[in-house]
Ligand binder design. Structure first.
Ligand code: PFF
Length: 449
């Protein structure tokens, strides 16, 4: 290892890495998207499909990214460039994608902070929670301030480095998140009629097999959800992988991260859906669910404002550990390539993302007339990253690993230090034939859906 590589920092232990990477995976995707999508796309059948895709898509792609990172000890762009100059663009897709995702992800992070503050000062979301939320996000100043605050907090952690910042924060935040989640699951499951929510989530709903389009919708939603939820295709696992020590077992790490992410998704379903059904609401998609329905429920629940505060603290922890990974992907590129000082790079990047995010935030209010193909700036950023960059990045990663760099190199990296790659044969089939085809389908369907 060269001196420069030794100076980049590293995770101090495998568990530190697993918690940081799981922190990246567990995020808003688990909390506001999974419960709704799972319930509405077949319940138990969706969950079976989700498990299946986690294994055949999530495992090979995540492992491949981790291998590329650890093999090169470099940021996403540097790693692909080192292995094959012509494929540098795959790393660039990740770095650009991470920049864009964080620009809008931190707006939602800012909303979460606003709700935490509101609960701290005695939550008053008015009679109409939907109107309250819509007015808040459309206002020109407050959401922007919270967005910048959220980004500033993310930058503060990332400035402290890999083991001193990201790893330390994750080691504290993930267990805290888990405890909060368990507490809230218990609260939610003991509400009257909670069983309806559990049924909505778990009972297989044969309606999804009604016709070909509902079935394919379920499969596509499960695949899309796996992607976003596991932070794939954005150079996250390449970058984090570059900080793992050579004696860490990459296959075990992969299963742990995916297992933790799936567990948290199921648990957040068990917090949200029983509460929603118990109070007679309909589960809704997206922001409406956690920023409107949930505050309405906490308002009528005994000690609801305490649970509200705990819930939004949970969402905050989930969001900031994901944000840290996004910022690190971009920062690492500048640190490795230009040898810039971590503090300086991180804050300059946070400011740049802050500025892009300001436009995205205003696009829900004063700038709502600015649209691109019918989408406002916020939704355009989401479209570019989720529907274009993530699938393209992941697709190219599978092709690169399966056909260009070569599976022997993957095997050698996984088997360093006498580790065993038990499922190498399955991996090689998945990464060469199955994953690229599935990702291609997500990509094409995502564009036309
Ligand atoms: N996995 C995160 C979530 O579920 O909220 C979001 C995310 C983080 C997506 C990092 C992509 C990414 F590169």
């Amino acid at each position: 290892m060269s001196k420069q590589q030794a100076n980049r920092g590293s995770f101090s232990s495998s568990i530190g890495f697993i918690l940081a990477a799981a922190g990246s995976a567990i995020g808003l995707g688990n909390l506001w998207k999974f419960p709704y999508v799972a319930g509405n796309s077949g319940g138990g059948f969706f969950i079976i499909a989700y498990f299946l895709f986690a294994l055949i898509l999530g495992v090979p792609v995540m492992l491949s990214e981790m291998v590329i990172g650890r093999n090169t000890n470099l940021n996403a762009i540097g790693a692909f460039q080192r292995l094959n100059k012509k494929w540098t663009f795959v790393g660039a897709i990740g770095v650009i994608g991470a920049f864009l995702i964080l620009s809008y992800y931190s707006i939602v992070g800012g909303w979460v902070l606003k709700y935490i503050f509101s609960y701290l000062i005695g939550a008053d979301f008015g009679a109409d929670k939907v109107a309250y939320f819509n007015n808040f996000v459309a206002s020109p100043v407050e959401p922007v301030i919270f967005h910048l605050l959220f980004l500033g907090l993310t930058a503060c952690v990332v400035t402290l480095g890999v083991s001193g910042g990201i790893e330390k924060a994750s080691k504290f935040m993930l267990p805290a998140l888990f405890i909060l989640l368990i507490g809230l699951v218990i609260r939610s499951l003991t509400l009257p009629n909670a069983i309806e929510g559990v049924k909505f989530l778990f009972v297989p709903n044969t309606e999804v097999f009604k016709d070909a389009s509902t079935t394919s919708n379920m499969l596509l939603s499960a695949m899309g959800q796996i992607f976003f939820s596991l932070s794939l295709g954005m150079g996250i696992m390449v970058t984090y992988g570059s900080y793992i020590k050579k004696d860490s077992n990459l296959t075990t790490n992969t299963f742990f991260i995916i297992g933790l992410d799936t567990l948290m998704a199921l648990l957040s379903g068990l917090v949200i859906l029983p509460a929603v059904f118990s109070f007679g609401y309909e589960p809704a998609a997206g922001p409406g669910l956690i920023f409107s329905i949930i505050p309405a429920i906490f308002e009528i629940m005994p000690f609801g404002s305490i649970f509200g505060l705990l819930f939004f603290t949970l969402v905050f922890l989930a969001a900031i550990t994901s944000s840290m990974s996004l910022l690190e992907v971009v920062s690492a590129y500048f640190i490795d390539t230009y040898k810039w000082n971590r503090k300086k790079v991180t804050f300059i990047l946070a400011i740049a993302m802050g500025i892009v995010g300001i436009f995205a935030s205003l696009s829900m209010g004063p700038l709502s007339h600015v649209t691109i193909g019918g989408l406002n700036i916020f939704d355009t950023l989401g479209f570019i990253t989720d529907k274009l960059l993530m699938p393209i990045g992941a697709f190219c990663t599978t092709i690169f690993v399966g056909y260009i760099w070569g599976l022997n190199n993957v095997k050698a990296e996984v088997e360093l230090n006498g580790m065993k790659f038990y499922f190498y044969r399955a991996y090689s089939i998945l990464i060469r034939y199955i994953a690229p085809v599935l990702i291609f389908i997500i990509f094409v369907m995502g564009l036309f859906a």
